[in-house]
Design a protein around this ligand. Sequence first.
Ligand SMILES: O=C(O)CCC(=O)C(=O)O
Ligand SMILES: [Fe+2]
Length: 173
Amino acid sequence: MNLPEEFFLPYHSQSDNQLRLLHYPPTSQQDLKEGKTERIGAHSDFGTITMLLQDSCGGLQVECPRGSGIFVDAPCIPGSLVINTGDLLMRWSNDQLKSTLHRVCAPPVDHDASKGSQDNCISKVRYSVPFFIQANPSSLIEAIPGTFDRNHPKKYEPIYAGDYIDMRMNSTY
Ligand SMILES: O=C(O)CCC(=O)C(=O)O
Ligand SMILES: [Fe+2]
């Protein structure tokens, strides 16, 4: 996007970020299949970006390309992070950057825990650590210079990051 390397820093000076420690307990594959339990349904994250650390359990999938409805596995690559673009960054970039639809679905069966029985297939436990990076609530978010011109007008009104997150929270919960 040809932006100075530090362009986003002043917008994140208050470190209004969130680290979550997620534990998905072992679950019956049958219940997962029948929709009685779910890990995380398809969603995109609200903020700027999310840095995600995951274990080797499996189950994380991302939609590729956006809007296709086709999900591909995003397996654990040791020593790496998954970086998801969030919805606020998508809006900020006048939709040039696309937020990532992702989900956590049934992971592989843990054969030891299931003791070989087909009726008693138990999924593996999963641990993950998402770090949600969010802009300062008081930052005014408007289309980044270079993402709009006469032929590609701004798609969104400016909005305070705090108001945007509140709006998303209120429509979700
Ligand atoms: O557990 C994961 O790997 C994904 C978590 C996630 O997408 C979220 O908490 O928003
Ligand atoms: Fe997420």
